[in-house]
Design a protein. Structure first.
Length: 76
């Protein structure tokens, strides 16, 4: 995760390195947040929706993804 956030790893490689559902939950969440920062909301929502549909609910990132989706949809 730190390598992705510090731009040492691109999103595709970050996601490919995520083996467990928990790691995939983290990867999709942080990729989604990064896409929001870039203004690529539709793409971000796809990653955040993956977390809601398939992610590990016991991970903090699950709740973060749900909250971010709600915020983005409110902004509409």
């Amino acid at each position: 995760m730190l390598r992705f956030l510090s731009r040492q790893l691109d999103a595709a490689k970050f996601l490919a390195s995520a083996k467990s559902i928990g790691e995939q939950t983290e990867a999709h969440t942080y990729i989604g947040f990064d896409l929001v920062e870039q203004g690529r909301i539709d793409e971000a929502l796809q990653h955040l929706q993956w977390v809601v549909d398939h992610g590990a609910p016991n991970y903090a990132e699950y709740g973060m993804a749900r909250a971010e989706m709600a915020r983005l949809r409110q902004k509409g």
